[in-house]
Design a protein around this ligand. Structure first.
Ligand code: 13P
Ligand code: SF4
Length: 331
């Protein structure tokens, strides 16, 4: 059986699964709902996917909530509409269940920034350190990890270690730096970053704040320090979403992937949400191109064929499971 993303994608392309014709007049929404019942499937979607995909998901959440939901689901088939590391996490938690992802190419720049061989070399330089890995990493990297964290629980996870513990944090240096500043630690950081959150322009955000003095600027901790310094509130996607609901402000400049605006507008129809501008104004830089690989068409085909499926070796599942379970216990 093919085990890696590239091999599986090649097979699917060769066998024509990815460009199958969908009969004209097919009501994708109705068909997806029908298959959901028929196959006892659950659709788990991240806040960064397209609005119509969020609306058809059974559960929409941040990385932590999605992992928790994957842990408690009684569905036979888990359809993960997000990116590869999230679907892998669901598989690791549920080894006996089938986990499918509409497009296996939906990766993550953070996960890709930490290839396992390079990470092992890095880790070997600090033999007396424990490893805390941000959930945005491959299953292989999780096997080299003592405990996983997400942006929702990173402070709690880091503080679960004694004050003088020697710690490695990876792969996101921006989140690592932010957690170091909050906890007063000096964790050794892997030099990785998210291509979306690194693109926000401080100058343009400052201009926007000048134009909208009544707006509050909020940011995800994957942003670089100069952006975080400007923020009134810093947090995971779910934290940003709850903040806009409780704040008395009526306008927000939002420095994270633009998909979250859908839930913000739904929760607060009377408030105004302005996506933070990126350095390059010609690109849709605050869209995660990986998350946006998911589409209704691919979701339909993936549920129909129950492909592409996430497969991992039993050894990787066994080893990667422990640091995820430790995190879920503490959360
Ligand atoms: P959250 O855990 O805040 O949803 O973040 C996931 C992610 O990929 C951010 O880029
Ligand atoms: Fe990865 Fe960044 Fe996309 Fe989140 S927004 S999935 S960290 S590439």
């Amino acid at each position: 059986m093919a085990n890696n993303k590239e091999e599986i994608t090649t097979i699917l392309e060769r066998d024509g699964y990815l460009d199958q014709e969908i009969p004209k007049g097919t009501n994708l929404v109705e068909e997806i709902k029908r298959m959901k019942k028929e196959k006892n499937a659950v659709i788990l979607g991240h806040y960064y996917i397209e609005a119509e995909l969020q609306d058809i998901s059974d559960f929409v959440g941040d990385s932590l909530a999605l992992a928790q939901e994957a842990e408690r689901t009684s569905a036979d088939l888990i359809v993960f509409v997000g990116v590869h590391f999230m679907a892998e996490t669901a598989k690791i938690i549920n080894p006996s269940k089938k986990v499918i992802l509409p497009d296996l190419k939906a990766g993550c720049s953070l996960a890709e920034s930490a290839p396992i061989d390079k990470f092992r070399e890095f880790k070997a330089q600090y033999p007396d350190h424990k490893v805390i890995s941000y959930i945005n990493c491959t299953a292989d990297l999780k096997t080299e990890t003592d405990i996983v964290c997400t942006s929702s629980n990173a402070v709690k996870i880091v503080n679960s270690f004694p004050d003088d513990a020697k710690l490695i944090f990876g792969p996101d240096k921006n989140l690592g730096n932010y957690i170091n500043s909050l906890t007063g630690r000096s964790m050794v950081l892997w030099d990785g970053a998210c291509m979306v959150h690194e693109e926000f322009s401080v100058e343009k955000i400052v201009d926007l704040m000048d134009q909208h003095p009544d707006a509050e600027m909020i940011a995800h901790p994957e942003c670089e320090k100069p952006v975080l310094i400007l923020a009134k509130h810093i947090g995971s996607t779910s934290s940003l979403l709850s903040y806009v609901q409780t704040s008395s402000a009526k306008k927000f400049i939002v420095a994270t992937e633009s998909g979250i605006l859908h839930q913000m507008k739904k929760a607060c129809p009377d408030k105004i949400f302005i996506p933070a501008p990126a350095n390059d104004s010609t690109c849709a830089c605050n869209d995660c191109s990986y998350m946006k690989l998911n589409s209704m068409r691919k979701l339909y085909l993936c549920m129909k064929n129950e492909l592409p499926e996430i497969t991992l070796s039993p050894e990787v599942i066994e080893k990667a499971r422990k640091p995820i379970e430790r995190m879920l216990k503490i959360s």
